[in-house]
Design a binder for this molecule. Structure first.
Ligand code: THG
Length: 375
């Protein structure tokens, strides 16, 4: 056997207990998963047939995604609302049970710690559906340090996403027609095998769909199998967050497109911040300054020419010899006939139409700042 890794093949991922399996891993493997990444110390599928085949199928049919890696930080108790507002610069006063909010979360310097979806279950109970950082420790630290009357834990809750244009048709078959009435970023409680689950209209694609917060690992495979069975004639297939589609849609990836070095305003998430009224947010003072003055660099859609390598590192963006930003996600787009990319660009060069070069491990390529993302 040839044990050399060909240059065109990514290396393998060694799996052990530290890369946790999910309640759906058996189904994912039966569906022929080809690659995983690790996210929140848990396995996240990245490829089934190929990234391009998965992309076309996501845009035309319906996919079942094991997104159990979107772990929940549960905050429960009399101080739950107070703690939630300490974590985010988004004003939570108007948030009601039944709603999901996209919530930038920041440290005391205004640096991004995570960009979760918050789910308000009750006045005294929330789930924080986290991106890839150990937010649990920060939330526990704040709760303990301020002597708040809350419990902070990771419950046995694993999101399963149903994404794509045929998602409504599929979900109606398993949960009843009423699921189709759920509005974007709202949820309802729906029964499966005698248990009630949170079902939200949300998900990490622009194709529409749902996320089922599967409470109890024992329900994972029964629900996976029921959805697969019900979707057979809809051409259902296992899928996963798709690199190409999410870059086309400008969906940010924490740890890739932004880190603690960035403010929400730099990430284009200023619209989710109400720094004046988010009283109690630990990053409020720092963000009051940046919201007044505006950021000096910001996320932009970037089109790139040529035969790009995979974006597995930061690519400097240059104007002549001067570094004016960086590209952190990129992929060749079948539908838009260019390489689509997400970059962070200094204000001197962030206007749409600005021509730049991007330096990759395979050389320099021409790039152009776009007025908006593709979808
Ligand atoms: N769903 C759930 N949890 C998650 C994600 C998810 N945790 C990890 C990660 N994804 C968090 N990041 C995002 C990024 C973007 C969105 C959701 C979570 C998103 N954005 C909408 C958009 O840009 O079109 C806008 C949201 C809004 O308008 O409020 O959906 O996907 N459970």
């Amino acid at each position: 056997m040839n044990v050399q890794t060909p240059v065109s093949m990514p290396p393998l991922l060694s799996v052990s207990r530290r890369a946790r399996r999910t309640p759906f891993s058996d189904g994912v493997e039966a569906a022929g998963v080809k690659a995983y990444t690790v996210y929140n110390h848990m396995l996240l599928p990245t490829v089934f047939r190929s990234v391009v085949e998965d992309y076309h199928h996501l845009k035309s049919a319906v996919q079942l995604w094991d997104v159990a890696v979107e772990r929940q930080v549960e905050v429960r108790g009399p101080d739950a609302g107070r703690l939630m507002q300490m974590l985010t610069p988004r004003d939570l006063r108007g948030m009601l049970p039944g709603q999901c909010f996209y919530l930038p979360m920041v440290d005391e310097t205004g640096g991004m710690l995570n960009d979760p979806v918050g789910v308000k279950l009750a006045e005294d109970r929330y789930w924080i559906s986290i991106a890839d950082s150990d937010l649990l420790f920060w939330v526990k630290g704040i709760a303990y340090g301020f002597r708040l009357d809350v419990l902070v834990e990771e419950p046995d809750v694993s999101p399963l996403a149903v994404q794509g244009p045929k998602a409504d048709a599929l979900m109606a078959r398993v949960f009843g027609d009423a699921v189709q009435e759920i509005k974007f970023f709202r949820y309802g409680w729906f029964e499966f095998q005698g248990r009630y689950l949170v079902v939200a209209r949300s998900g990490y694609s622009k194709q529409g769909g749902f996320e089922i917060y599967v409470e109890g690992s024992d329900l994972g495979m029964p629900l996976w199998n029921a959805l697969m069975e019900a979707g057979r004639d809809l051409d259902i297939h296992a899928g996963c967050p798709n690199l190409i589609e999410r870059v086309e849609g400008g969906l940010l990836s924490y740890g890739n497109d932004m880190t603690r070095a960035n403010t929400p305003h730099e990430c284009g998430l200023g619209k989710f911040c109400s720094v004046q009224t988010a009283i109690g947010c630990v990053g409020r003072d720092a963000l009051l300054r940046v919201s007044q003055e505006g950021p000096i660099r910001q996320i932009r859609a970037i089109a790139i020419d040529g035969d790009l390598p995979g974006c597995d590192r930061v690519w400097p963006l240059k104007a002549g010899d001067t570094v004016v930003g960086q590209v952190t996600s990129a992929a060749k787009s079948p539908d838009f006939d260019t390489n689509v990319a997400i970059g962070m660009v200094r204000m001197t060069h962030w206007d749409a139409g600005t021509a730049l070069t991007v330096e990759t491990q395979a050389g320099a390529f021409g790039a152009e700042v776009q007025p908006k993302f593709w979808i």
